[in-house]
Design a protein around this ligand. Structure first.
Ligand code: SAM
Length: 256
């Protein structure tokens, strides 16, 4: 992909790839998601914008085969290495664009995407593609951060982009539902959970420049002191700054 946003994504995730290990942040919530997706033996699964395929690798032992597609080669290389280390043999990694999937219609039983809709240039195109390549009666599973208070979107986006310039926009639950609806899928379930994060670790992983870290800390401290909300729900725990992303897992099935 040659758009400026695609270039920002590749650059950001080239930097972050080595932090996508199998413990800590990158591995959080996997059991919770897999349970919601109810994978079945023999299924053909596609992990869209898979990164190091944390979700695809968690699904692989339960299904027939997983294909993990991503824009950033360094993320795929990290996933491939982790898959080999754990002896997984039914997962394949390929570079590609989630907005133009290289498959005919209805090729997969289960199509998933974790923590990426907020990142991509055109989330509607990604959801359309996910629905298109899912077979009739198959399942789509989208997990992402959700914005609970739409009125703070502008400030939330400003802070997320200071931390990671490839962040696009965090969607609300009803916006994700609307994308699925417009793409011709029926939402079958939505569950959410709080995901508390250590602020300094979050900014370290994205190699956020110090001047932007200072502004993010300042703004969260302002909210803690009673200032306007940012949607990040900051807290101080034993002197450590934390904040909370709300994660949603939304499942759907193609209509007709
Ligand atoms: C926050 S990471 C999440 C990775 C993985 N899904 C996970 O759950 O760990 C976002 C990923 O989306 C990928 N990405 C962003 N836009 C993409 C696109 N248009 N096509 C394919 N991958 C994309 C990035 O390269 C990056 O690996």
């Amino acid at each position: 992909m040659t758009t400026p946003h695609g270039a920002r994504i590749r650059e950001q995730f080239r930097l972050q790839a080595s932090t996508f290990t199998d413990d800590g942040f990158a591995a959080s919530g996997l059991e919770w998601i897999v349970e919601r997706l109810a994978p079945r033996a023999g299924e053909q699964v596609l992990d869209v914008a898979a990164g190091a395929a944390h979700l695809g690798r968690a699904l692989a032992p339960h299904v027939g085969h997983v294909c993990a597609l991503d824009l950033t080669p360094e993320m795929l290389a990290q996933g491939d290495r982790l898959a080999r280390e754990s002896g997984l043999r039914n997962i394949a990694f390929m570079t590609g664009d989630a907005m133009a999937l290289p498959w005919l219609d209805g090729q997969f039983d289960l199509v998933v995407c974790r923590l990426t809709l907020h990142q991509v240039e055109d989330p509607a195109a990604v959801v359309r593609e996910m629905v298109r390549v899912t077979r009739p009666g198959g399942r789509i599973g989208i997990t992402d951060m959700l914005l609970e208070r739409p009125e703070v979107e502008r400030e939330n986006t400003r802070l997320e982009r200071l931390r990671d310039p490839s962040h696009n926009r965090t969607l609300t639950r009803s916006q994700v539902h609307a994308l699925l609806d417009a793409a011709g899928a029926e939402v079958t379930s939505t569950v959410t959970r709080d995901n508390p994060l250590d602020l300094e670790d979050w900014m370290r992983r994205s190699q956020t420049p110090e001047e932007f870290r200072v502004e993010i800390r300042r703004r969260l401290d302002e909210e803690l002191a009673g200032g306007e909300p940012t949607g990040l729900r900051p807290a101080l725990r034993d002197g450590v700054r934390t904040f909370t992303h709300v994660w949603g897992t939304i499942t759907a099935t193609p209509l007709g």
